[in-house]
Design a protein around this ligand. Structure first.
Ligand code: AHR
Length: 489
C-alpha cells in the first residue's frame, strides 16, 4: 500500500514556544570578530555591526540569542569588556587558545540584540554572576548599575535569560566540576540571583539530558524553595539545558542521527518529572522546560578553521537540520527554548567574507521552519517503509526502525496547516497520500542534485523552490528532500 501521512488539525497537541528558533553567538573563531562585528568594513554600520549579517538574521526572525559562550565563558570576565574600548585589556583566551581583545562586550552585544530585535540570553560563570546581572538589570543607586550608566546606558537592559554555567561537567572546561559540587553551587547561586532579580529565568547546566549528571543536578536543584524565598513564588530553576551535535560520513546515519534528540528530550523530560516527584514538588508548581541551547550538525574533524569551527554544509546536513527541527516540533510540549550553535561563521548556516555573505544548505530548513512552523503542534501519523541500518549515535540503537519519511505538523495562528516531510532516502522518491490536505497547497522544496552538494563553491546548489499542488490524489516526495506544505485549514 502507498505510504500515508495523516494530518489532523483538530488534534492540537501542544503550543510551540517561539524560542525554539533561538541562536547562539560565541567568542569563538570568526563568529563575533569578522562575523557580526567588523568595524571599518564598508558593510558595517557606525557600531561596527555587519549590516548584511543583521539583514539576513532578521529574515530568520530569531527570538533569543545566547552569548558569550559556550566554552569561552569559563574564563571570561565581563568587566574586561565594558567601558572605553582603548582601556579594555586584551587577555589570553583559554577555551579556543587565542587573544581576546574585549572590543566587543556586554554593551555591544545587548545593543546588537536591540538592533536585531531579539532577546539576549547570557551564559554566566559563577565567579562574576551577581555583578554582571546588576550591571545589566540594576535600577538602584548601586555600584554596577551606576557603572552601566557611566558607560552610556541609563535604562536597564532587563536581560531575563541566564544560564548557570556551560558544560561544566566536561574535561575540556577550565573549571570542570563534579555533579555534586555543581548542584550545590548552582542551587545557592540561583537563590542569590533570584533574590537580586526575581524576574530572571535560570537555566541549569544539563548534559545530554540522558545521564546521571542530568538526573543528579535536577534532583538537587528542583527542591522546593518557597520557604527560603517566601516573597518570591517562582521556583529557582526554570529550565534544564541539553547539548547535542550529530554528524556522520554515511548519509543515512547523518540524516537520521538527530532523532537521538527526540530520545534525549523524552528522557530529560522524565527526569524532570522524577526529580519533582522525589522532592515532593506540587504538580501545580510551574514545571521546568528543556532548553536545547546547543544543537547542530558538527564534526570538528571534518570542519575547517581553528578547532574545526567552520563547517561546509551539504544537502545531507540540511536534511539532518530539518530532522532536528521536526523533533523540536514533535516535542514542543517539553521545549522552552532551542538555540542553533551557532548563528554566524562558526558551525553556522550563515557565512561571511569581507565582501559579503553566503547562505549554506542548512539555512533553508531553518528559514522555512522559522517562517511557518509556529502555533500548535498537531497530530501527524506516518505509515511508510523504514530504514533499519545503523544509527548514530549508538545509544539510539534501541530504536531500530527509522521511517523513510520524517514528519511534523503545525497549525499556525494565521489558520494554516503546515507539514514538513523529509525523505531521507538517497535514491528513492516516495509517492504518498496526504490525508487532510486541502488544495491549493503551497509547497516549498529543499533539495539538490545529490546529498553531497554544498553552497560554498560560489553557487547556490540548495535553496527553497516554491510550487503549488491541488491537494488531490498523491504527492511524490522526491529523494533526499525536505518538503514543507501549507494549506488553509
Ligand atoms: O558551540 C561550540 C562549542 O561546543 C561550545 O563552546 C561548547 O559549549 C560546545 O562544546
Amino acid at each position: 500500500s502507498l505510504p500515508t501521512i495523516a494530518v489532523n488539525s483538530a488534534a492540537r497537541l501542544s503550543k510551540i514556544n517561539p524560542n525554539i528558533y533561538g541562536g547562539f553567538t560565541e567568542h569563538m573563531g570568526r563568529c563575533i570578530y569578522g562575523g557580526i562585528y567588523d568595524p571599518g568594513n564598508p558593510l558595517s554600520d557606525e557600531n561596527g555591526f555587519r549590516k548584511d549579517v543583521l539583514e539576513a538574521l532578521k529574515e530568520l526572525n530569531i527570538p533569543v540569542i545566547r552569548y558569550p559562550g559556550g566554552n569561552f565563558v569559563a574564563t571570561y570576565h565581563w568587566l574586561d569588556g565594558v567601558g572605553p574600548k582603548e582601556k579594555r585589556p586584551a587577555r589570553p583566551e583559554l577555551a579556543w587558545l587565542g587573544t581576546e581583545t574585549n572590543h566587543f562586550g556586554t554593551d555591544e552585544f545587548l545593543k546588537w540584540c536591540e538592533v536585531l530585535g531579539t532577546e539576549p540570553y547570557i551564559c554566566l560563570n559563577f565567579g562574576t554572576a551577581m555583578a554582571w546581572v546588576e550591571y545589566c538589570n540594576g535600577t538602584g543607586n548601586t555600584y554596577y548599575a551606576n557603572l552601566r550608566r557611566k558607560n552610556g546606558r541609563e535604562e536597564p537592559y532587563n536581560v531575563r535569560y541566564w544560564a548557570l554555567g556551560n558544560e561544566v561537567y566536561g574535561p575540556w572546561q577550565v573549571e570542570q566540576t563534579t555533579k555534586e559540587a555543581y548542584a550545590h553551587k548552582a542551587f545557592q547561586w540561583a537563590k542569590a540571583l533570584k533574590l537580586l532579580d526575581p524576574n530572571l529565568i535560570l537555566i541549569l547546566c544539563g548534559e545530554s539530558g540522558t545521564t546521571s549528571w542530568d538526573y543528579y543536578t535536577l534532583r538537587e536543584c528542583l527542591k522546593p524553595t518557597r520557604a527560603a524565598l517566601s516573597s518570591n513564588p517562582t521556583p529557582l530553576i526554570d529550565m534544564h539545558s541539553i547539548h547535542m551535535y550529530t554528524a556522520s560520513k554515511d548519509h543515512l546515519q547523518n540524516a537520521t542521527a538527530p532523532l537521538a534528540a527526540e530520545r534525549a528530550i523524552e528522557i530529560a523530560s522524565s527526569l524532570i518529572d522524577l526529580a519533582r516527584i522525589e522532592n515532593g514538588v506540587s504538580p501545580d508548581d510551574p514545571r521546568p522546560s528543556i532548553c536545547f541551547d546547543e544543537w547542530n550538525v558538527w564534526d570538528p574533524l571534518r570542519a575547517e578553521g581553528r578547532f574545526g569551527a567552520e563547517e561546509t554544509y551539504t544537502l545531507s546536513d540540511a536534511l539532518a537540520v530539518g530532522v532536528f527541527l521536526n523533533v523540536f516540533i514533535r516535542k514542543s510540549r517539553d521545549l522552552g527554548m532551542a538555540c542553533i550553535a551557532q548563528s554566524v561563521n562558526v558551525i553556522s548556516p550563515l557565512m561571511t567574507s569581507p565582501t559579503g555573505i553566503t547562505k549554506q544548505t542548512t539555512w533553508w530548513p531553518l528559514l522555512l521552519f522559522s517562517k511557518y512552523m509556529r502555533g500548535w503542534t498537531i497530530s501527524a501519523h506516518v505509515s511508510c517503509g523504514a530504514y533499519n541500518g545503523g544509527t548514530s549515535p549508538s545509544w539510539l540503537r534501541s530504536v531500530k526502525e527509522t521511517p523513510w519519511l520524517d514528519v511534523s505538523a503545525s497549525l499556525s495562528d494565521d489558520g494554516f496547516v503546515n507539514v514538513v516531510t523529509i525523505n531521507v532516502h538517497e535514491h528513492k522518491d516516495f509517492e504518498a497520500k496526504v490525508e487532510g490536505a486541502k488544495g491549493p497547497v503551497n509547497v516549498f522544496t529543499v533539495t539538490g542534485a545529490d546529498v553531497t552538494v554544498t553552497n560554498m563553491k560560489g553557487k547556490e546548489e540548495v535553496g527553497a523552490k516554491e510550487t503549488t499542488w491541488d491537494g488531490q490524489d498523491h504527492y511524490v516526495f522526491p529523494k533526499h528532500s525536505l518538503t514543507l506544505m501549507r494549506w488553509k485549514e
